[in-house]
Design a protein around this ligand. Sequence first.
Ligand code: THU
Length: 128
Amino acid sequence: MNINWNEIHELATVAMTRSYSPYSHFPVGVAALVDDGRYISGCNVENASYGLGLCAECGLVSELARTGGGRLIAVVCVDADGNFLAPCGRCRQLLFEHGGAEMLLMTADGPEKMSDMLPWAFGPENLK
Ligand code: THU
């Protein structure tokens, strides 16, 4: 499948502008291409009870399920300047669940496989 990285990057940057991050002042946006060709996105949504804040990737996987499921093919996560952001450890696990080892994540060094971003991952296969 052809991956339009510019389109995904643009959607992630738009999503970032919707961030609710009054506590950290660190808006994050993320967008993805799904295996049926559709695009989805998400932003971080914080909470007065700080530890309950939702990372942008939480919104992304919720949107994935809500709009019909499928597998993540390519993901871009950005900061307030639109620069590529490396997802936190927890969110790498979220992305791995829905994209698997072959999913591509854009980094400053170019696209990287999820298997390189989260080596020796624990995933659905381990529960069989
Ligand atoms: N954040 C994300 O949304 N995704 C990440 O992968 C890294 C961190 C958010 C959480 C919090 O709202 C803010 O960035 C600062 O940590």
